[in-house]
Design a binder for this molecule. Structure first.
Ligand code: GDP
Length: 207
């Protein structure tokens, strides 16, 4: 297979509510995490395009799922893309109004439920903070939906390498008994390009 991340990627659509979610088609991998965890930065670093996913989400802004696909050459235009990257809206705004949290939960639940083409959700966790209550809620939601997920530590450059190694091990131990968790935790930094190749390989291997 040609290298998924060698060429450019493009934005396909934004789904702000349940009715605008696209029908199931190609395989998908999704990215979830607390707001400000570094999700947009990681997606942009993976594809090597600084402007693909929008950074700096504003609290209270309309939250959408954003879908991205590799650019295909003309001969391939009729065929399905090999994979779709899905940027899930961030969670964990302490001050978010109750109805916004309910809307987020409804949208995410609906997206996760029975989506056979969703191969894995990468749950991003800030390496400075480790797993927080909001992250554990997300993992529980994924366990209940029986959607395979993998924890990815972000901003790994913000702590010392031994601390990052220790946190990776501690996080693996913390999720070991969760039914839908992939056992290996990946440590990354978008700024210092740590772990990006491993994450790209992980995604390519899912196809
Ligand atoms: P999002 O809300 O999860 O999409 O987070 P963003 O990608 O917008 O990043 C939030 C903040 O964290 C921004 O100020 C980024 O510059 C910063 N950030 C993101 N990734 C990294 C990283 O790998 N290392 C460091 N040091 N900062 C990062």
């Amino acid at each position: 297979m040609t290298d998924l991340f060698a060429g450019s990627w493009r934005f396909v659509l934004s789904a702000p509510n349940v009715t605008s979610l696209p029908a199931e088609g190609p395989l998908e991998v999704a990215f979830a995490g607390r707001s400000n965890v570094g999700k947009s930065s990681l997606i942009n670093a993976l594809v090597g395009q600084s402007g693909l996913a929008r950074t700096s989400n504003t609290p209270g802004r309309t939250q959408s799922l954003n879908f991205f696909v590799p650019d295909q050459n003309q001969a391939d235009e009729e065929t399905l893309p090999p994979i779709v990257l899905v940027d899930l809206p961030g969670y964990g705004f302490a001050k978010a109004p109750k109805n916004a949290i309910e809307a987020w939960t409804r949208l995410i639940r609906r997206y996760l439920s029975g989506r056979a083409t969703l191969k894995r959700v990468f749950v991003l966790v800030d390496a400075r903070h480790g797993l927080k209550a909001g992250d554990l809620d997300m993992l529980t939601m994924l366990d209940r939906a029986a959607v395979s997920y993998q924890v990815v530590l972000t901003k790994g450059d913000k702590i010392k390498p031994p601390a990052l190694t220790r946190l990776t091990g501690e996080t693996e131990a913390a999720i070991a008994k969760r039914p839908a968790a992939y056992p290996q935790v990946l440590a990354t930094s978008s700024n210092k390009a740590i772990g990006l190749d491993e994450l790209r390989r992980t995604i390519s291997d899912l196809i």
